[in-house]
Design a binder for this molecule. Structure first.
Ligand code: FES
Length: 261
């Protein structure tokens, strides 16, 4: 069993996005002024800005890709939104790279149009990125009272019963995200013992491990649906369907999860 700590997204990505946004916006403004006033200094500044924008966009894409593959919950609305965000950013980057080569010829109105389309694409991608951060909480580490340190474990074991924790590992109301043979399962400790349930919220796929668990009820961090941790039934919407739960065995100081439901 391999345990890792706090890999709930990379806040570095939302911090870095400010750089390409600033550089590409400056590119458009400097080039527009250069065209209007026939000013070579602004034209040169526009060139430096587009180079800085391209480099910073590539650097920013790295943590974004890591978040997309390793943090955004699979089969969720955020996964779709993340894909759209990535496609738009790639399109925007291509537009500014092409604009950089166009500008080697001479200052022209068509270049400004090209950059403006790239700018609008960047704004739409940025809006989607903001939604991923603030609504889907990618790169955010929301905590509730006594949530404890974020825990996550990757387990590759065959058989029906899988050892998933030491009994003393979690305190009451704490959760741990398990990746067992490509399934995401949440292990939680309630007042009446350990529970295990599917990590995927039945509404739009939010990760329940990133939510809050109190008094045997887990609440999804995205839109607040609540589920009974022992039975999986919905206690509050918008989710309409319950979630799968798993059997737990506590023996010899260890916690075992039954994979067959
Ligand atoms: S994804 Fe909407 S409540 Fe969970």
């Amino acid at each position: 069993m391999k345990s890792t700590a706090n890999i709930k997204g990379h806040p570095i990505h939302p911090i870095l996005v400010g750089f390409p946004i600033a550089f590409f916006t400056a590119t458009l403004l400097f080039d527009a002024v250069a065209l209007f006033y026939k000013n070579n200094t602004f034209w040169l500044m526009g060139k430096y800005m587009v180079i800085a924008g391209i480099i910073s966009a590539i650097v920013t894409a790295i943590p974004g890709l890591i978040d997309y593959f390793f943090t955004v919950p699979p089969k969720s609305s955020a996964k779709k939104r993340g894909a759209q965000h990535g496609i738009l950013n790639t399109t925007m980057l291509i537009l500014f790279v092409v604009a950089y080569f166009i500008r080697q010829q001479q200052i022209s109105f068509s270049l400004i149009i090209f950059e403006f389309v790239g700018f609008v694409t960047m704004i739409i991608a940025g809006w989607l990125g903001g939604t991923l951060v603030y609504r889907n909480q990618i790169g955010v580490d929301p905590r509730y009272a006594n949530a404890g340190k974020w825990k996550e474990a990757h387990i590759n074991q065959s058989g029906n019963e899988v050892e998933v924790a030491e009994i003393a590992e979690l305190e009451i109301n704490q959760m741990k995200l398990l990746h067992i043979n490509n399934e995401r399962i949440v292990l939680g400790r309630t007042e009446s013992g350990y529970v295990a349930f599917n990590d995927r919220c039945s509404h739009k796929g939010g990760s329940l491990a990133g939510g809050a668990m109190i008094c045997g009820t887990v609440q999804c961090p995205w839109h607040g649906s609540q589920f009974d941790c022992s039975t999986g039934v919905v206690k509050a919407g918008p989710a309409k369907d319950g979630i799968d739960v798993y059997g737990i065995i506590e023996k010899d100081g260890k916690v075992y999860l039954r994979l067959a439901r």
